[in-house]
Design a protein around this ligand. Structure first.
Ligand code: C2E
Ligand code: CA
Ligand code: CA
Length: 550
């Protein structure tokens, strides 16, 4: 397709001449003066590749046009060539000062004219291609790739200087987006970027939007910019005062300049995640403790696949009891990892890592398969089957065809789906309601029993309980621990009644003391799971308990 050139020229004759000269190569549109040209740009700037501009015109002359033209950053991409009658140095100088890019003299030398237009268009286009490639399209800040490249250059070319990388992350940004909409989320990120542009203008601070709500900063260690950053976030809080968000910062002081820039940023992120774990600190500085944790995480990731093949992952079973009869009525399958080098690692440590790197789904499917095998064995050996609950990670929900995988699994083991209960954590539901509802609906169609795990541990809203198609609610241990506290007990009572009035069952988790058991029994809670009755047991021990129970 031909590129378009806008000819701004009051003399019709001159416009026609230019049109005739350029038509072979360009689509030519005309404007009679500066004002008319601005009107055209308002709607059509995207398709205009260059402007030929006369200076002396009625209504708005070439200078007036240039003054307005340079106010709109969007127009910056379009080269302007001024057409002058003769060698008029003064005109040229003034137009240049106003931002014109080149000149041609009348009468035109067609070859020179075409060459100049071509060159300018090429030059501007390549500058902008470069620019677009290194900018984030939402905020206009540098993107992650550009940050890596530029930070590397800066660090390398100042070998004596000490630098630090800071990562900022917005806590509860997801909830902000859910509550106020994506558009508002976008404008928050844009506003934050504007603040940063303002305070770091002319300062030696490089920053970028790495992805979603994460930003990276590179500065000299001595500049101590963290307070400046906190100041910027205060302005964001002021502007979005209804948002319950908070900014968290991770600082990595670059000790070893030989490690790659990506890892330096990862360290800043690790520190930032640490800051997110604490309520009272918004800033965490990368330290030795984090470093060894990081090393362990790397080792975990490196060895997980082999460990799965070597069957180092074991399924444990924690019995669940009927609160009235004190009989075992089921169990929850819980994973244990006996690591060949690191020893026993708790699921609280490795599951978040697997959720991050995606391995969790492979592991969960492995566990479900084991559990189905075990239930099948129970069916064949004892004549009574107890249902077993398995955990379904928030990440599993995204697995294409998850309900069908589970369905064919129970079919292969000749089991009714009612024997495999599925526990989905409350926060997964809050994070991703639509998606989960869809998956849960299909699972229920296939006959599975769905339990909401960890209820009360996070952001659950009591009001949305009745929209949740769950069969059972598992009260989180933190709620059970309220027993003994007057107000806490009132809340517990209220929750149990509400859940039961909605026709769902209640299992209380983490019950350790007789006092808790008695209180929950009084409330007519359905089932109990906790150390009071039993810890999670290895298969052999659990099987023995089953026999005893029968
Ligand atoms: P969860 O699903 O809430 O599991 C209950 C956790 O509470 C288990 O921790 C269990 O050992 C512990 N627990 C049970 N009763 C008591 C008690 O009376 N007192 C105390 N203090 N703790 C009790 P565990 O096994 O360390 O698992 C931690 C979390 O890891 C689980 O929390 C679950 O979110 C996750 N997880 C465990 N196994 C799997 C799995 O196979 N797949 C997935 N995706 N996640 C799993
Ligand atoms: Ca669970
Ligand atoms: Ca739980």
């Amino acid at each position: 397709m031909k590129k378009t050139v806008l000819v701004v020229e009051d003399q019709e004759m001159n416009r026609e001449i230019l049109k005739a000269l350029l038509e072979d190569r360009y689509t030519v549109i005309g404007a009679e003066n500066g004002l008319e040209a601005l009107e055209i740009l308002k709607t059509d700037s995207e398709r205009i590749s260059a402007i030929l501009l006369d200076i002396v015109m009625p209504v708005m002359d070439g200078y007036g046009f240039l003054e307005e033209f340079k106010k709109e950053p969007e127009y910056n991409k379009i080269p302007v060539i001024v057409t002058t009658d003769k060698d008029a140095d003064e005109t040229e100088e003034k137009a240049l000062a106003l931002g014109a890019n080149d000149f041609v003299n009348k009468p035109y030398n067609i070859k020179v004219l075409l060459r100049r237009i071509d060159n300018l268009i090429d030059m501007k286009e390549s500058i902008y291609r470069l620019r677009d490639a290194e900018r984030d399209s939402l905020t206009g800040a540098y993107n992650r790739k550009a940050f890596y490249r530029k930070a590397k250059e800066i660090i390398k070319s100042n070998p004596e200087e000490k630098y630090q990388i800071i990562a900022s992350d917005i806590e509860k940004f997801k909830y902000f987006n859910d509550a106020f909409g994506w558009k508002e989320g976008d404008s928050l990120l844009k506003f934050y970027t504007e603040m940063l542009n303002g305070i770091f203008e002319n300062k030696d601070v490089l920053f970028a939007r790495a992805h979603s709500d994460i930003f990276y900063f590179l500065s000299k260690e001595s500049d101590n910019i963290i307070n400046t950053l906190i100041y910027a976030t205060k302005m964001v809080y002021q502007r979005f005062y209804e948002a319950k968000i908070s900014f968290k910062f991770g600082v990595y002081n670059i000790e070893d300049k030989s490690i790659i820039i990506n890892s330096m940023c990862d360290n800043a992120i690790a520190a930032c995640n640490q800051a997110k774990l604490t309520y009272d600190h918004d800033v965490y500085i990368y330290d030795d403790a984090l470093m060894s944790k990081n090393k362990q995480n790397i080792q975990i990731t490196k060895t997980m696949k082999q460990s799965l093949m070597n069957e180092d992952f074991k399924v444990y079973y924690q019995p669940k009891y009927d609160i009235q009869t004190n009989k075992m009525i089921g169990a929850e399958a819980l994973i244990r990892w006996q690591h060949p080098e690191l020893g026993f690692i708790s699921p609280g440590e490795f599951i978040p890592i697997f959720e991050e790197n995606g391995f969790i789904t492979e592991l969960d499917i492995y566990i479900w398969e084991h559990v189905c095998g075990f239930i099948e064995k129970m069916k064949n050996e004892h004549n009574k089957i107890l249902p077993v609950s398995v955990n379904v990670s928030r990440k599993d929900i995204y697995k294409e065809g998850l309900p069908e995988i589970l369905k064919s699994m129970v079919e292969r083991h000749n089991l009714s789906p009612t024997y495999l209960h599925l526990e989905i954590t409350e926060s997964a539901y809050m994070e991703n309601t639509e998606n989960i509802l869809e998956v849960v609906r299909r699972l229920k169609e296939y006959g599975f029993i769905i339990e909401m795990d960890d209820f009360g541990s996070g952001y659950s809203s009591l009001a949305s309980l009745n929209q949740m198609p769950f069969d059972t609610i598992k009260l989180d241990k933190s709620l059970v621990d309220y027993v003994g506290n007057e107000n806490g007990e009132k809340l517990l009572k209220f929750i149990v009644q509400l859940v039961q009035s909605l026709g769902m069952k209640i299992t209380a988790e983490g019950v350790e003391y007789k006092e808790q058991l008695d209180f929950l029994e009084n409330l007519n809670c359905d089932d109990i799971q906790g150390f009071y009755f039993s810890k999670p047991l290895m298969l052999a021990d659990f099987s023995a308990k089953l026999t005893e129970n029968n």
